[in-house]
Write a protein that binds this ligand. Sequence first.
Ligand SMILES: *Cc1c(COP(=O)(O)O)cnc(C)c1O
Length: 429
Amino acid sequence: MGTFWGPDFAALERDDPEIAAVLLDELARQRQTLQLVASESFASPAVLTALGSTLANKYAEGYPGSRYYGGCAQVDRAEELAVARARELFGAEHANVQPHSGASANLAVYAALAEPGDPVLALGLPHGGHLTHGSRANFSGKWFHPIAYRVDPRTEEIDYDEVRDLALAHRPKLIICGSASYSRLIDFARFREIADEVGAYLMVDAAHVIGLVAGRAVPSPVPHADVVTCTTHKALRGPRGGMILCRADLGRRVDKAVFPFAQGGPMMHSVAAKAVALREAGTAAFREYAQQTVRNARALAAGLAAEGMRPVTGGTDTHLALLDVRELGVCGRDVEARCARARIALNKNAIPYDPEKPAVASGVRVGTPGVTSQGMREDEMRRIAGLIGAAARSDPAAAGGAGRLDEVAEEVSELVRRFPIYAEQEAMA
Ligand SMILES: *Cc1c(COP(=O)(O)O)cnc(C)c1O
């Protein structure tokens, strides 16, 4: 038995040095920047191993035991493990692990539960909704009839009374909750009540929080929702991809909506990597990571508040915070650019009722899954808040600004060097 299982970096360097250089440069970038993009974290070497395996060669249209191709016995085992682990971890009656992405998972759920033209009630994009929750630029807004609920302008939290009023007025087929920038817990039980009152399906898009749910750091939407969609590559630390959890009686409809309706052959290397990530997510170490991620987000939000950046809703219950940066006299776009020069990766983000265009934005979003995976804790979060504040106040066009950004970048380098990613693998190689 040989030990070759897939990747051979020496062969890549020899045969395609240009792409080999991209791989090395990207690892260097990930190591040398402070990673605060809320939708990113670091997958384990085991996850990357499954992703780089020869399972990538295999066609397996269909589901375990009923494929349109032969030779699927091995990949069937991978998918069965992934499904069983997902059901066990989340207490779900049914799981589909084939969606190529979060957006593909959402497309499949629309296809399973609604008809084109049906009203769909979801959080508006400017308030933290996702493109797939009814944006005109997306299938969801073009093929369905989107109705948007908002957050309360005073508390900046979801206005459940407005959700109910809109549901009663429009009788949506589907109600969606879940966001990429909402830092507070969502009252899933309240959404369930509203959905029941109007006979709508409830879909929770848990793309961002599913890793925290897995680690028991926030309450699970699974007992309340008809369907939960998610990604596997954000705080969950799996491969890029999607997943759908649902009630048993909706399983067949969901499966048929993923394949053959929305997708062709599943990416079996990714399905295997999802199985690996789901196993990891059931460990005590992962629970500690998920809970520390939330503690870190709270510390970071508090630290940024002290730097003059106002946390929207006043704080966070999750892995992310949205900061209103207007008090500093800058826009989100400038803070993003200044931080990037200081080797801090975060992104500009609209705040609720934002007077600026989305490309400018009055806010920035930060998240802690990445830095928590690196082993950073509250002390480092306070330090990072200071670095972000210093970068945000340094205008590179003003006297001394560029120099100050260089100084912050130097401090960032010193910090991330103390928390190296993939260091053990490097030492073994
Ligand atoms: C990230 C995200 C998605 C989409 O995931 P992709 O894998 O990028 O398609 C969907 N919904 C929400 C709320 C998200 O945050």
